[in-house]
Design a protein around this ligand. Structure first.
Ligand code: UDP
Length: 261
């Protein structure tokens, strides 16, 4: 694992929300949890945290299940809201895996759950979460928002606002936001910077639309970047050029659509 970069850089952001999809905790194309993958991310998170950045991690659950996958299945044996609660519980399993990996390498953490489960995690209480962050603990936010029919992207946006984060960092397997699916279209353009309106109007696949709308309303920036490239989480928190940054229009109201060079 690379640690040398941590000595040279300062955190650009004081406090961030790091959104990790459930799939980031599994081997590519597989389901479940790979502790190799979880540990690799934990090392990157540790390095970013060592810069002095306060980090709250929102974990998804898609490697185990998503509520929407039961929609229309075998006579809808599982009520849709129940399926979403199952998805939220999946995120708790992932949160515990991430906690274990971080603590194993000496990083203090707290798991806070939006669904009360005292034997496993603290309840999410905004002021307490902020206190943990200020004390240098990584806070792992489990069970999404605690409400069905949304995703952990929306949770990342909501918690970003509640916890007064400077940015939502969304870790993905691609380098940022493209004009088209880069795996299907070799001519797809990678953007370096975009404004929220352009993302929404062009229907670019970034985060779910509720999350984008939430960030736009409150002008909370988003960075979409590739966590698979070693060192990118450190680069993201230290404000280096990585991924695609999504923010409000310019001060004079102009659109932002800048290609990566
Ligand atoms: N979920 C929910 N409410 C929330 C967050 C998540 O109902 O606030 C459910 C939803 O069914 C979602 C699943 O939990 O599909 C897992 O989360 P998500 O799909 O965001 O995981 P990811 O795609 O990031 O792995």
């Amino acid at each position: 694992m690379t640690t040398q970069t941590t000595e040279k850089l300062d955190p650009y952001y004081r406090r961030v929300i790091l959104k990790l999809s459930g799939e980031s905790l599994a081997h590519t194309g597989e389901r479940g949890i790979s502790m190799d993958e979880v540990t690799a991310i934990a090392h990157q998170v540790k390095n970013a945290h060592a810069l002095g950045c306060q980090i709250a991690v929102v974990v998804g659950g898609g490697n185990i299940l998503r509520g929407a996958q039961f929609k229309g299945s075998s006579g809808e044996m599982i009520q849709e809201a129940t399926a979403h609660y199952m998805g939220m519980l999946a995120t708790v399993i992932n949160a515990l895996a991430m906690q274990d990996a971080l603590e194993h390498i000496g990083v203090p953490t707290r798991v806070m759950s939006a669904i009360k489960m005292d034997g496993v995690a603290e309840p999410f209480i905004r002021r307490r979460a902020i206190r943990h962050l200020e004390k240098g603990r990584i806070v792992i936010l489990a069970a999404g928002t605690g409400a069905p029919f949304v995703t952990t992207d929306t949770c990342a946006a909501n918690r970003g606002l509640e916890l007064d984060a400077d940015i939502v960092l969304k870790a993905t397997r691609v380098d940022g936001v493209y004009s088209d699916d880069p795996e299907k279209n070799p001519h797809a353009i990678l953007y370096r910077e975009l404004d929220y309106d352009t993302v929404i109007e062009k229907n670019l696949k970034v985060m779910d639309s509720t999350a984008i709308a939430q960030c736009r309303t409150h002008q909370l920036p988003i960075l979409i970047f590739n966590f698979k490239k070693e060192g990118n989480i450190v680069k993201a928190v230290s404000g280096q050029k990585v991924g695609t940054r999504i923010s409000p229009r310019t001060a004079s109201g102009e659109r932002i659509l800048i290609n990566a060079t």
